[in-house]
Design a protein. Structure first.
Length: 276
């Protein structure tokens, strides 16, 4: 009897310990489950926030591109209104209905004067169109257009400018060439305006997957963190346009300073699947 009671007491203690152990395991399991759920929600919320930031960034780039296009349209409209418009209005004065009442010699003089004015208007329109699509780029390709750009800069005598293409055997789509040309042109303009550089050198080379366009200069430049900061501020439309064009090319742009701090380097990386 005593043995039975002792056994019963021992069994009750063991059951109590097992119950506590089971409750502990259940609590631990529930804790792990709640932690996983909480962590998953946190990860999901983080991914959603990250996606929203990326969408906001894309929208900012789109807005910058649209703003740039609107400014280009306004510039073209102003050029047409201020330069071409008055010329055509003047030509119209020479060719009004009163010309039929003039003497033949006067008629010829009016027609000749109108022709000269119309020729000037045509030349102005050509200049405007060339500023949108450089004829060298359209007719001969990116290498020739950039070489022409740097030759003109070098000819000014204020800056030593040079270009060297190493691996550009086949022309890509004209639209893509234009994006690369405009990015390089904007970078060069910024260097000439703000860096006080003595030289600027452009090289092009490629590997199996990417083509690279690298600008080197010895003036005051920026590094990647500064570019990213300026690109996310309200100003810096030129930098936003650079970022927008590089994005269209599915490429990357990297701003660096040489370890010796003697020159800055800007690398434009474009994947081969973009056509380069």
């Amino acid at each position: 009897m005593i043995f039975l009671q002792a056994t019963t007491g021992t069994g009750t203690g063991a059951n109590y310990i097992m119950l506590l152990g089971t409750l502990g395991m259940v609590s631990l399991t529930l804790g792990i489950v709640f932690f996983v759920i909480f962590h998953q929600r946190k990860v999901t919320r983080f991914n959603m926030d990250l996606k929203k930031l990326e969408e906001d960034k894309q929208q900012a780039l789109l807005n910058a591109s649209i703003k740039f296009q609107e400014e280009e349209r306004n510039r073209i409209a102003a050029d047409l209104h201020d330069d071409v418009g008055p010329l055509l209005a003047t030509a119209r004065l020479y060719l009004n209905e009163n010309i039929i009442n003039q003497e033949p010699a006067a008629q010829l003089q009016s027609i000749f004067s109108a022709k000269q004015i119309i020729d000037d208007a045509i030349q102005l329109i050509r200049n405007i169109s060339h500023s949108m699509m450089p004829p060298t780029l359209k007719n001969f390709g990116l290498e020739s257009a950039l070489s022409d750009l740097f030759q003109k800069i070098n000819g000014s005598g204020n800056l030593n400018a040079s270009v060297r293409f190493h691996d550009y055997r086949t022309r890509i789509k004209l639209e893509q060439e234009l994006h690369i040309f405009r990015v390089v042109q904007e970078l060069v303009n910024n260097i000439m305006k703000h860096s006080n550089a003595g030289f600027i050198h452009l090289t092009q080379n490629a590997n199996a997957t990417h083509s690279y366009f690298r600008l080197h200069h010895d003036g005051q430049g920026i590094i990647q963190t500064e570019f990213d900061r300026l690109n996310h501020t309200s100003g810096g439309l030129g930098l936003k346009n650079i970022a927008s064009r590089v994005k269209v090319l599915n490429g990357r742009i990297l701003f660096e300073i040489d370890p010796s701090h003697t020159y800055y380097k800007v690398t434009i990386e474009v994947p081969k699947e973009s056509g380069v």
